[in-house]
Design a protein around this ligand. Structure first.
Ligand SMILES: Nc1ncnc2c1ncn2[C@@H]1O[C@H](COP(=O)(O)OP(=O)(O)OP(=O)(O)O)[C@@H](O)[C@H]1O
Ligand SMILES: [Mg+2]
Length: 251
């Protein structure tokens, strides 16, 4: 699928400029990293993909059609995992949480049960079905948010700062889940400052600044500019980027 953000502008009543002509085209199944300084508009931009925010001007197109005409379908095709996984956990147990979406949509258990099991497995949570959500670690909660997002079998999964608060092992577990999904054809958009955790695996880097896309391209092509864009470069040089699979050194 293809999502196009065209010249989105959004100003808040207090005068804060959230987006200032942001244009970006996303095509699945790429692995894209969206980065930029705090307040550059990253969260705001991705929330527009699901119609959770409305721009003052500009448009969002899904496969060429205005988002407004395809909102319900787009919310099934695109999954958003928020920065705080707690905000997305709605069930008491892991399985109940993953079943929340299809149950709310009044699907019958025999229609969603296999999808729920597959989503939990894809997120590395097979065997966790009966566990209480409240007792999960931060990394497990994040993967539960991913599992619940996967139940609708989305074509694109968007994760806002997914590595926040995760240690190396938790981050590497999550990255492995994302890489497996991407290899299976699911588009991945990771919003993050932690370039060292995922840039080696991305085929595209988009940098926002002051509410618009200031640079985009392959990670290698933007490497030299990262510090000037306010982003910390992963350790090692550009020549190492290709083989710099951070996973290999992770536990
Ligand atoms: N509800 C709101 N009311 C007023 N200003 C807002 C609101 N939501 C966002 N903004 C402003 O819009 C700008 C972009 O916010 P956004 O949350 O998208 O930034 P971000 O790039 O995700 O930042 P961070 O890296 O800190 O998560 C910021 O200046 C923010 O203060
Ligand atoms: Mg944000």
């Amino acid at each position: 699928m293809r999502i196009e953000f065209r010249a989105l502008r959004k100003t808040f009543p207090d005068g804060a400029v959230g987006l200032d002509g942001a244009s970006l085209s996303l095509e699945t199944p790429s692995f894209t990293v969206l980065s930029g300084r705090n307040g550059s508009g990253k969260s705001l931009l991705v929330r527009h993909a699901l119609g959770l925010e409305t721009a003052d001007s500009g448009e969002v197109l899904v496969d060429g059609a205005p988002l407004g005409t395809a909102l319900a379908a787009t919310r099934r095709r695109v999954a958003l995992v928020f920065q705080e996984p707690e905000h997305q956990i709605l069930g008491v147990t892991v399985r109940e949480d993953a079943e929340f979406g299809p149950r709310a949509a009044r699907e019958r258990p025999d229609a969603y049960s296999a999808r729920v099991s597959a989503a939990l497995k894809a997120a590395g949570l097979a065997g966790f079905e009966g566990r209480l959500c409240a007792g999960l670690s931060g990394g497990e909660k994040r993967r539960l948010a991913v599992a619940s997002a996967l139940v609708s079998e989305p074509e694109l999964i968007v994760l806002d700062e997914p590595f926040n608060g995760l240690d190396l092992a938790g981050a590497s577990d999550l990255l492995r889940v994302l890489l497996r999904l991407n290899a299976a054809g699911v588009g991945v958009l990771v919003v993050t400052h932690d370039l060292e955790k995922c840039l080696a695996h991305a085929d595209r880097l988009v940098v926002l600044g002051s509410g618009r896309v200031v640079r985009e391209g392959s990670p290698a092509s933007l490497w030299e500019e990262l510090p000037a864009l306010g982003l910390r470069r992963p350790p090692g040089g550009l020549d190492r980027l290709a083989e710099m699979s951070w996973l290999e050194t992770a536990p």
